[in-house]
Design a protein around this ligand. Structure first.
Ligand code: COS
Length: 395
């Protein structure tokens, strides 16, 4: 059995030939086209325009979006399988893919008007344009309802002012779904979503965020100075923004869980290979329990993450018919998979020791890339809050 076969036993989870096909296509593309360039893009922090354009041509930028809106018309399981493979090669490509698929396209599909779908969803899902999502502000992160950016209305035009931060893909994005306060005294119910075009006056990029990991996925602040936004570009109704943001994040969290799984697997496979080859004290290091038990724990957590992610993907799929929320499944998958990615990449560095700390191998990159999965799209603490509130019936 090869290492890569060993990492996908999925005993009670038979994938359909169609799912196997998308997984294989993503794996081939990721290993042939992304893995070889990942170190250089990590080092330079440049946005990988060429490979992202190819991913668009392959249908990876709008996997779950119906074909009539430029997507591949596949299901959530196909999405998580493809994203996992991309992230196994490079998490930064995965961030760009996940943001476009889950945070932009899914939001447009769920809440957009037919006109908005034609104008914004179609190009983003087909890879002709890139979408992003902006909720966070310098003083509003986990407590997302406390944002300060303002939109004031006159007739059918809104004027947007403010500063949003940590916007993944912003420097390369054509369109961004932005959440802004329209009625300050209404708190959560006073937030509205808008589709912003980044080439219009009043929009500009703020400072780029210098990051520990996922360095090739561009992240920056965005600034609004009297940006004029017509009513046609409002996503959903006035005051519905917070719920739209949360609904879309539920989908996003399944994506981040898949990203974390991809990173964990890459770290795990590198560790198995190294433990089989590297010798110390006259033995392969894998023959020492100190290393063998790490491999056992990594493997077990990876497979548990996979099952939680598949469960969340199926819950999201069901929600397309029932309209039911999949918040709990998404948060559990994200919480467990992200902590697994951090655990596995940390153990991978330890198993590789000096070589794990060296830039000659990708292991140190897995370690740096893993950490963000415990932070963005809701920290682990926020996931625990969401899960416990739901289980205790506090929501
Ligand atoms: N789907 C749909 N609606 C949701 C929802 C979800 N997942 N979560 C909350 N809501 C609704 C609630 O039902 C509530 O509606 P009503 O006003 O009709 O009662 C409303 O939104 C406010 O919810 P709540 O009172 O739970 O809001 P809180 O301020 O307590 O915040 C958390 C809830 C902490 C869960 C939310 O702010 C959050 O997820 N924070 C993290 C933000 C984040 O992930 N940021 C990263 C951005 S991307 S880098």
């Amino acid at each position: 059995m090869t290492t890569s076969e060993a990492s996908h036993p999925t005993p009670n989870f038979q994938l359909s030939p169609e799912h196997e096909m998308i997984r294989q296509a993503a794996r081939d593309f990721a290993q042939n086209e992304i893995a070889p360039i990942a170190p250089e893009f990590d080092e330079s922090g440049k946005f990988p325009h060429e490979t992202i354009a190819k991913m668009g041509e392959m249908g990876f930028m709008g996997i779950e979006i119906p074909e009539e809106y430029g997507g591949a018309g596949l299901d959530t399981l196909a999405y998580v399988l493809a994203l996992e493979e991309i992230c196994k090669a490079d998490a930064a490509h995965g961030t760009i893919m996940s943001v476009n698929n889950s945070l932009f396209c899914y939001g447009l599909l769920r809440f957009g008007t037919e006109e908005q779908k034609q104008k914004y969803l179609k190009p983003a899902a087909s890879g002709q344009a890139l979408g992003a999502y902006s909720l966070t502000e310098p003083m509003s992160g986990s407590d997302a309802g406390t944002m300060r950016s303002r939109a004031t209305r006159e007739g059918d035009t809104y004027t947007l002012n403010g500063r949003k931060s940590w916007v993944s893909s912003a420097p390369a994005a054509n369109f961004i779904v932005v959440f802004i306060v329209t009625e300050p005294e209404m708190k959560h119910q006073g937030i509205t979503a808008f589709i912003v075009e980044t080439d219009k006056p009043g929009f500009s990029l703020g400072k780029p965020e210098p990051k520990l990991g996922i360095r090739a996925s561009a992240t920056s602040e965005i600034l609004f100075e009297n940006y004029q936004c017509s009513e046609e570009n409002r996503l959903g109704e006035e005051g519905e923004g917070f719920k739209i943001a949360m609904t879309v994040l539920d989908a996003g969290r399944i994506g981040i869980a898949s990203q974390a799984l991809g990173i964990a697997e890459a770290a795990y496979e590198a560790s198995v290979e190294y433990a089989r080859e590297r010798e110390a004290f006259g033995k392969k290091i894998g023959q020492f329990q100190g290393i063998g038990f790490k491999i056992a724990d990594m493997k077990t957590r990876i497979e548990a993450s996979r099952l939680l992610i598949y469960q969340a993907a199926l819950a999201k799929e069901r929600s397309k018919d029932t309209g039911e929320r999949f918040t709990l499944e998404a948060s559990m998958a994200k919480l467990f998979a992200s902590e697994t990615a951090v655990y596995c990449s940390n153990e991978a560095v330890q198993i590789h020791a000096g070589m794990g700390y060296s830039k000659e191998l990708p292991v140190e990159r897995y370690y740096r890339d893993a950490k963000i999965t415990e932070i963005y799209e809701g920290t682990s603490e926020i996931q625990r809050l969401v899960i416990s509130r739901m289980e205790l019936g506090l929501r």
